[in-house]
Design a protein around this ligand. Structure first.
Ligand SMILES: Nc1nc2c(ncn2[C@@H]2O[C@H](COP(=O)(O)OP(=O)(O)OP(=O)(O)O)[C@@H](O)[C@H]2O)c(=O)[nH]1
Ligand SMILES: [Mg+2]
Length: 383
């Protein structure tokens, strides 16, 4: 398949690799290129689903020398591959210029260096990607600042097609607030639109791909929430005081709703409340505690049982919210159908819940840190 090539540049640590991972998913293939010492100068990523490769440059520090070295290897790669395979498809089709949303002071400098570094591609379309855009209120200002910094470099500015703030990986703002992955599906679509016509993926393929990415992001959010729940639950409080998990559950469900592009309004608030309500009054937790304490051969401490149950409840509620918002974003259901979602939640917290939670506890060993326990819970609940 003929593919386009996306070049990713930006300072070290801005989040280029994390971004590429978010766009391509974990099961992408990677090829290294240009080895100096132990550092691979370029890593080229691709998967079978989208029609562009992504070229990750390493060690692009805020200095022109390093930047130009990275660019030289790209050029060399481009030449080598073109000669070897006697075709021109290794040309660069789109450039993602990455700046970090949390360090605005660096915008003018890094954009100046990038402008110089990519001047050898005088007409390749550019997308400015503002990484780590965790703060919603700062996004608009950041876009304006990036726009202004680009505008002082005429050639680069002419090629600038979009400015997209992104969050590539769920970021925990505090105990009950998360910044979900955001802007990634926009970036995928915008990049596809900039590819030459013969290469571009069809709208339906892009739509399907975006849906799959969303589900992966939702799972990552549920993972972060589950890990938080494990910590909350590990405190030896008398369980089931499921109410202690309520703020976390609300944050989790809201975050998933944002991933599915659902607008925050009164209906959503009611919808979220219905899920949480079932989670709280459910007898599942109570039943689970009793069931788990009496598994033969398991001698877990009370705090371990609590951690497993807290994590399992939040994982199950996350699973339920993913199912619900997927249906809603597909137009099959609406936010008004609170009875439907209550039943759905109830079913996720029923018998199967107890058996899944006991599976987790059986596999649990005390040395496990919260992240690992959360992963174990997710493995059991999502499989
Ligand atoms: N939670 C969260 N962390 C992020 C995000 N983007 C980057 N990070 C973190 O920031 C750090 C640097 O990210 P990388 O993707 O390695 O940055 P890079 O640009 O590839 O860095 P170099 O390879 O050194 O050039 C890592 O710890 C990432 O986990 C994001 O959207 N969310
Ligand atoms: Mg990297």
């Amino acid at each position: 398949m003929t593919k386009g090539n996306v070049l990713v540049i930006g300072n070290s640590g801005v989040g280029k690799s994390t971004l590429i991972n978010a766009v391509l998913g974990e099961e992408c293939a990677v090829t290294g290129y240009g080895i100096t010492g132990t550092t691979q100068e370029l890593s080229i990523y691709e998967n079978g689903r989208i029609p562009f490769r992504i070229i990750d440059t390493v060690g692009f520090e805020p200095s022109f020398r390093k930047a130009s070295r990275a660019v030289r290897s790209v050029r060399k790669w481009s030449r080598d591959s073109a000669v070897k395979e006697e075709r021109k498809e290794e040309r660069i089709s789109v450039i993602w210029c990455c700046v970090e949303g949390t360090s605005r002071k660096l915008f003018p400098d890094t954009i100046r260096i990038m402008a110089k570094a990519v001047s050898m591609w005088p007409s390749v379309p550019v997308i400015a990607v503002i990484t780590k855009s965790y703060s919603l209120p700062e996004r608009r200002e950041n876009i304006m600042m990036v726009h202004e910094a680009f505008s002082t470099h005429k050639k680069l500015f002419n090629n600038l097609k979009r400015i997209i703030p992104v969050v590539a990986m769920t970021y925990r703002l505090n105990d009950d607030a998360f910044a979900p992955p955001d802007g990634i599906t926009d970036l995928i679509e915008a990049t596809n639109d900039l590819l030459p016509e013969g290469i571009r993926a069809s709208e339906t393929d892009v739509a399907r791909y975006k849906m799959d990415r969303r589900r992966a992001f939702a799972h990552s959010t549920v993972g972060v929430a589950t890990a938080s729940a494990v910590i909350v639950g590990a405190v030896p409080i008398p369980f089931p005081d499921a109410a202690i998990l309520t703020p976390l559950e609300i944050a989790e469900i809201n975050t998933v709703s944002r991933i599915y592009g659902i607008n925050k309004d009164e209906k959503l608030v009611k919808f979220v409340d219905s899920i949480v309500e079932v989670g709280t009054v459910s007898t599942a937790a109570r039943a689970a505690v009793n069931a788990l304490k009496s598994i033969p051969g398991v001698n877990a401490a009370a705090s371990a049982v609590n951690a497993v149950i807290a994590g399992s409840i939040v994982a199950a509620i996350g699973e339920c919210s993913i199912a619900a918002f997927e249906q809603i974003s597909a137009g099959n259901r609406s936010l008004s159908e609170t009875e439907w979602v209550k039943e759905l939640t109830d079913s996720k917290l029923s018998e199967k819940f107890v058996s899944k939670a006991s599976t987790v506890l059986k596999r649990y060993n005390d040395a496990q840190d919260p992240k690992k326990l959360a992963q174990l819970i997710l493995d059991v609940f999502f499989r």
